[in-house]
Design a binder for this molecule. Structure first.
Ligand SMILES: Cc1cc2nc3c(=O)[nH]c(=O)nc-3n(C[C@H](O)[C@H](O)[C@H](O)COP(=O)(O)OP(=O)(O)OC[C@H]3O[C@@H](n4cnc5c(N)ncnc54)[C@H](O)[C@@H]3O)c2cc1C
Length: 419
């Protein structure tokens, strides 16, 4: 490690270094675009992010973007609005239909935006800051660590050029396999889920209206989720059940369409393109702070995509982190830096404990619907959705939970955990 640092050819001194320019790290840089900090973002990617991942920002995050003055930047670049959600059975019953404008929130829609454009858009926004620098593609391989703090980072370009970056505050947003989390020895709680997820791209089914809703179909054999994308296509997601992964890997497009249409008849004859297979795993860091370094995004909390909240959780923490950041002058004092980060952790950790527990229950329910007793489980889930639809208090809680505005005080029932 130290050998790499010694061979560094250039040194950059910054106020804040952000390792990982995915969604969370780039959003942080965008939020700081009007600040006085000298910011360096390091990212190893040579290609855009995986397009099949989360492609929406929650209404709560749309409100945050509005407060940061960047909401219009997404609309200008083609983001569309998803205004409601509908749960249907394969037999045609509507179990629950809801519009986000039923609750009093300032931006009652999910902002739909391709995942592969998210980081680049945040980075473009961040670049109005003359003190912002992006090192990409540069991979972080070496650290100089002293008493739990990162004193310097060596970023290496594809052609072997080393740059040493020093900053009094380090933000680690290097994703679920975070090198920084490992290097600093952050303890984690991990839970591997049993059922992989399959993600499929398809033309948007014209008869599926309204077109700007989230849809989930349930059939005794399993679920299918259909979401519109902001280019007139659809993303179809499901958990792999008893048919198994080998089936998905070898199925012809016609076999895939036939399988999907059994669960969601609207997909009959659909042209499908495999977007990806995803093993699901929960990884939650037991602490987010070590010395001058704080974990954000998937580096702090990787969650099951059951509720589509992973990237949105990463963004929802940023206002709390921004509020606690030391000033440029305070950054000179390592104690102030550590205290500020610990103050952030004290606020954020309990909020995330709750969301992650909530997400885990939803994930286990999705697992159960793909597992051995799926028929029984799906019947129970359908019944619970009818209850959500018919009971105003539960319906309101569901709408708050799913839009990123959890209600802290009221009791939680099983029915609310299902969606
Ligand atoms: C199938 C699927 C569907 C999903 N759907 C949703 C959804 O609907 N809604 C939702 O909110 N979330 C969803 N998610 C989760 C979401 O995609 C992730 O939570 C989110 O992308 C994590 O963002 P991040 O910035 O923390 O990490 P990442 O996007 O993983 O970014 C990490 C960055 O760090 C960089 N990096 C890593 N190591 C190094 C290094 N050593 N040196 C330099 N750079 C490095 C990488 O290049 C990358 O750019 C889904 C996930 C999956 C798998």
């Amino acid at each position: 490690m130290s050998a790499e640092i010694e061979s560094a050819t250039e040194t950059i001194d910054a106020d804040i270094v952000i390792v990982g320019g995915g969604v969370a790290g780039s959003a942080m840089a965008a939020a700081l675009r009007n600040s006085d900090y000298k910011i360096v973002v390091i990212d190893k990617r040579t290609a855009p992010l995986d397009s099949a991942r989360g492609d929406n920002f929650t209404p709560a995050n749309a409100e945050i973007f509005s407060q940061w003055g960047i909401l219009d930047e997404f609309i200008k670049r083609g983001a569309t609005k998803r205004v409601g959600a509908e749960f249907r059975t394969s037999a045609g019953e509507v179990l629950l239909t809801s519009s986000y404008s039923e609750i009093d929130i300032p931006e009652p829609y999910f902002l739909v935006y391709h995942h592969d454009l998210m980081a680049e858009t945040f980075q473009e926004i961040a670049s109005v800051n003359p003190n912002y620098q992006l090192l990409q593609p540069y991979s972080v391989k070496g650290f100089e660590i002293e008493a739990g703090s990162i004193k310097s980072i060596t970023a290496t370009s594809n052609d072997g050029k080393n740059i040493k970056v020093r900053a009094p505050l380090v933000i680690a947003s290097d994703g679920s396999t975070s090198n920084i989390r490992a290097a600093l020895g952050f303890p984690t709680f991990e839970h591997p889920y049993q059922h992989n997820l399959v993600s499929i791209f398809a033309p948007y089914p014209k008869e599926l209206t309204p077109q700007n809703y989230f849809y989930r179909y349930s059939d005794p054999s399993g679920h299918v989720i259909i979401q519109h994308r902001n280019n007139g296509t659809a993303k179809v997601i499901l958990a792999v059940g008893e048919e198994g992964m080998p089936w998905w890997k070898s199925a012809t497009p016609e076999q895939r369409a036939e399988f999907l249409a059994r669960r969601a008849p609207i997909l009959e004859g659909i042209e499908t393109e495999m977007a990806g297979f995803y093993p699901a795993r929960m990884i939650h860091a037991l602490q987010y702070v070590s010395g001058n370094t704080v974990l954000i995004g998937d580096a702090a909390h990787t969650i099951h995509p059951a509720r589509g909240q992973g990237l949105n959780m990463g963004i929802s923490a940023l206002p709390n982190l921004l509020a606690k950041l030391p000033t440029v002058a305070e950054l000179k004092d390592p104690n102030k830096v550590r205290e500020a980060l610990l103050a952030f952790e004290a606020i954020q950790k309990p909020l995330y404990e709750r969301s992650i527990a909530r997400n885990h229950v939803a994930a286990m329910d999705m697992e159960a619907a793909a597992g051995e007793n799926h028929e029984f489980v799906i019947k129970r889930q359908d019944e619970a959705l009818r209850k959500v639809a018919a009971t105003p208090a539960i319906r309101r809680r569901y709408l708050h939970e799913s839009t990123g505005y959890p209600l802290p005080s009221s009791p939680v029932t099983n029915a609310q955990y299902l969606v």
